[in-house]
Design a protein around this ligand. Structure first.
Ligand SMILES: Nc1ncnc2c1ncn2[C@@H]1O[C@H](COP(=O)(O)OP(=O)(O)OP(=O)(O)O)[C@@H](O)[C@H]1O
Ligand SMILES: [Mg+2]
Length: 343
């Protein structure tokens, strides 16, 4: 971008100085004439005018130079700083020395630059995380496909590698679906396409959908759901139950209990999903709702760390809250409370 000079500001300085000089000259003339009339000076008023003019010109120039420097310097610095921000340097900050409006302008500028650099950091983190999540399944697909093409594999091996390709493709498809729905939800301010539906039936449906997963781990289901009619977006809400149940199953020990409850009280629908699995230490609990965060690196391949970020966004958009209690080695209990207005 072209580094333009602040022409307007210099023009203002020149106008300010000329104005001060003109005023000084008028004042000098007026004082010289008055002094001559009253006989305070005996020489011709012309000498008086010239003397006053010289003195006031010096004082006027000094004053206008001092004030224009004081007023205009922070503005010139601000112009240079905004040019740097426009060129993509979000680390620029200004010292808010001036008081009043200019000081406030500088403080607001610093806040804006801070916010922009934070957004830029989030954006680059997001891009890094996505590329990291894409790299693993793509590498697996590429390696398996190369081996299959080589034609040196037995029938059983061919099947195994084809399954690994399908698994990688499924992971990529889940990743793109979750990233898309998260970005759509982040740009959305309210829940649209609301309908009345039975929350208990929807949670039961989610449990049934995940049967292959909990059956494989031989989990013991303990489910008690009161009849609750809720108004919201069913397509979004089922994602909340699926993600929470998937996590509870994934982090449960084989044969452990999976406890699901739904009740209605105080104008709220309260759902809890509890497991007696690996649990989490406090520092992990504090971060689990962040995008791409996974507390257990050895299980990182089993997801992308987007499930709970989606859950949180959907519940918040619905005006509700999601909470978690967990202890390492003892299990976790996630609770979702949803306001029941209009239900
Ligand atoms: N029930 C649970 N028990 C123990 N840890 C959990 C539980 N639920 C979530 N976590 C921790 O929180 C992290 C984030 O969960 P989240 O659902 O966002 O991601 P994920 O399950 O790893 O991947 P994805 O949901 O994208 O498949 C998990 O990786 C895990 O460390
Ligand atoms: Mg998950």
């Amino acid at each position: 971008m072209r580094n333009r000079r602040p022409v307007g500001i210099w023009l203002t300085t020149v106008l300010l100085s000329s104005g001060t000089l003109l005023l000084s000259a008028l004042l000098a003339g007026f004082l010289a004439v008055v002094s001559f009339r009253h006989g305070w000076v005996r020489t011709s008023p012309l000498y008086g005018i010239i003397a006053f003019l010289l003195v006031s010109a010096i004082i006027g120039t000094l004053l206008s130079a001092f004030f224009s420097k004081k007023v205009l310097n922070p503005l010139i610095a601000l112009i240079k700083a905004t040019q740097q921000v426009a060129e993509g340097n979000f680390d620029v900050r200004l010292e808010p020395r001036s008081k009043g409006e200019v000081g406030e302008l500088i403080r607001n500028f610093n806040r804006m630059a801070e916010e922009l650099s934070h957004t830029e950091m989030l954006r680059s983190d997001f891009v890094n995380n996505i590329s990291h999540e894409i790299r693993t399944p793509v590498a697996a697909i590429e390696n398996c496909a190369t081996l299959l093409i080589s034609g040196q594999l037995s029938g059983a091996e061919q099947r195994e590698y084809a399954e690994m390709i399908a698994d990688g493709a499924r992971r990529l498809s889940t990743l793109s679906r979750n990233v898309l729905s998260l970005s759509r939800l982040e740009n959305q301010g309210i829940i649209t396409e609301r309908r009345r539906f039975r929350l208990d039936e929807q949670i039961r449906q989610a449990v049934v959908l995940l049967e292959p997963k909990w059956a494989e781990k031989r989990l013991e289901l303990d489910i008690e759901l009161s009849e609750v009619t809720y108004e919201g977006n069913p397509e979004l809400m089922i994602q909340v139950w699926i993600n929470l149940l998937e996590n509870a199953i994934k982090f449960s020990n084989a044969g452990g209990p999976l406890i699901v409850r739904l009740s209605e009280a105080g104008g709220e629908a309260l759902t809890t999903i509890e497991d007696r699995g690996v649990g989490m230490p406090e520092e992990v609990v504090g971060r689990i709702f962040e995008k791409f965060y996974q507390g257990n690196p050895s299980r990182a391949a089993e997801g992308n760390g987007l499930g709970l970020a989606l859950v949180k966004r959907i519940v918040e958009l619905s005006g509700g809250r999601v909470g978690v209690e967990s202890r390492p080695g003892e299990g976790s209990r996630f609770s979702v409370s949803l306001p029941m207005e209009n239900c």
